[in-house]
Design a protein around this ligand. Structure first.
Ligand SMILES: [Fe+2]
Length: 220
C-alpha cells in the first residue's frame, strides 16, 4: 500500500491544502498524520475538517494535547499564546478522540517517541538509543514532533519522520511529507512550496505573535 505520511500541520491551511493536492496527484491510497494538527497558526477548524473529510488517521501531538487540556507546561510564550488563541477559536473537544499511537501492519505511528508524545527524537539519535526505546521490532516507526525529516535504520526497524507540513524547521521553508510503499518497504521524502504569505496574513489578522509568521519564511 502506498501511504502518505504527514505531521505537524499546526493549523497551516495553505500548506495542508498544497500537500493534500500533491498527495492525490502522487496516488497515495491512505494518509496517516503523526500529530500536531493545531497550534502556532490560525486555521485549526479548517485543518481538522480537511483531515476528517479525507478519513486521515491521526495520532495526538503535544500541541493537540495542550489545546485539549490547556496544559502548556514546557511551551515557550509564543507557542503558549497560540494554544490560548486556539482554545478560544476552535472546539478543542474534537481532539479528544485522537489516539496516542496507531499500530498497523507491523508499523507504529506516534508523535514523539515510542514511549512519550513529548520526547524529541532527532535525526542524529544514535541507533543503540533508538533500539533501546523500541517496544518491539517493527518494519517502521513513524514519528513527528521535531519538524525535521529523518530516516534511520536500526536492528529494531526503520525510524521515519516525514518532517512538518505547516512549520518546517530544517532551514527549508517548503512543506515536508513522505511517501511510504509498505509492500516494497521504500520511503521517499517530498518538499513542496505553498503560499507562506497567505498563512502569515491570516496569522496577523488573528492577532497571533509576529514571530510565528516570520519563522515560516525561514523554515526555522
Ligand atoms: Fe509540532
Amino acid at each position: 500500500m502506498l501511504l502518505a505520511l504527514i505531521s505537524d500541520i499546526h493549523s497551516n491551511l495553505p500548506a495542508l491544502r498544497a500537500v493534500l493536492e500533491k498527495i492525490d496527484e502522487l496516488g497515495a491510497e491512505k494518509i496517516i498524520c503523526c500529530g500536531d494538527i493545531v497550534g502556532y497558526n490560525s486555521f485549526p477548524s479548517e485543518c481538522f475538517y480537511e483531515l476528517s473529510k479525507r478519513d486521515v488517521e491521526s495520532v495526538m501531538g503535544n500541541h493537540d494535547y495542550a489545546a485539549l487540556t490547556g496544559d502548556t507546561k514546557g511551551f515557550n510564550k509564543y507557542a503558549a499564546e497560540a494554544i490560548e488563541w486556539t482554545r478560544k477559536n476552535f472546539d478543542t473537544k474534537k481532539l479528544s478522540s485522537l489516539p496516542i499511537r496507531i499500530e498497523k501492519d507491523n508499523m507504529l505511528f506516534t508523535h514523539g517517541s515510542p514511549r512519550s508524545i513529548f520526547e524529541y527524537i532527532f535525526p542524529d539519535a544514535p541507533t543503540y538509543f533508538l533500539e533501546s526505546i523500541a517496544d518491539k521490532e517493527r518494519d517502521f516507526t513513524v514519528l513527528g514532533h521535531t519538524h525535521i525529516p529523518m530516516m534511520v535504520e536500526t536492528k529494531k526497524g526503520t525510524y521515519i519522520n516525514p518532517g512538518s507540513v505547516g512549520q518546517p524547521r530544517d532551514g527549508d521553508p517548503r512543506s515536508s511529507f513522505a511517501l511510504l510503499d509498505s509492500g516494497r518497504k521504500k520511503v521517499s521524502f517530498q518538499r513542496l512550496e505553498y503560499d507562506v504569505e497567505e498563512t502569515a496574513r491570516a496569522n496577523r489578522k488573528a492577532g497571533l505573535p509576529d514571530f510565528l509568521s516570520e519563522r515560516l519564511y525561514m523554515g526555522v
